[in-house]
Design a protein. Structure first.
Length: 157
């Protein structure tokens, strides 16, 4: 039961950021990016994510310095596990996207609020509304989905 309460808290925390403007490296309701959204939402639910791995996250960080590996390893260190491809998504899961195609690393993330919808800090890809909002995973984002991470304590529900 506590897992379900934590997942609900994650979703409630994510919803509180809806409308927050996108700001690269932002970590507040004044401006936030997708990594900042993960950090703020999960930390408010008692799940601590690293702010960074000690190296600079500047514009285009994901193109260089093993960006995808850095993101993946940061989530692994925080207790997340990669879901198998056949696993259904659930609230609290973190979808990671390759917005610019297979030749680019996964660099954009969100927080699932149910099996179909997720909250994320829109950075301008395919839209002009650079703010936190809810989107459907299908069909556009599903094509860009690289993998999904789930907090280890949520794996057996």
């Amino acid at each position: 039961m506590q897992e379900e309460e934590t997942k609900d808290r994650i979703v409630q925390n994510a919803r509180k950021f809806i409308g927050t403007p996108f700001c690269h490296s932002g970590r507040s309701t004044l401006g936030i990016d997708c990594a900042g959204l993960l950090y703020m939402v999960y930390s408010r639910a008692g799940i601590l994510l690293p702010k960074n791995d000690g190296r600079s996250y500047t514009v285009g960080w994901w193109k260089h310095n093993n960006g995808e590996e850095r993101l993946y390893n940061g989530l692994i260190k925080a207790g997340f596990k990669k879901l198998p491809d056949n696993e259904l998504l659930n609230k609290g899961d973190i979808p990671l996207f390759r917005l610019f195609g297979e030749n680019y690393p996964a660099h954009h993330s969100g927080i699932m609020i149910d099996q179909n919808y997720f909250v994320h800090a829109k950075c301008g890809w395919r839209n002009k509304g650079k703010r936190v909002d809810i989107d459907s995973l299908h069909p556009i984002y599903f094509k860009k989905l690289a993998w999904v991470m789930r907090y280890g304590e949520f794996l057996n529900d």
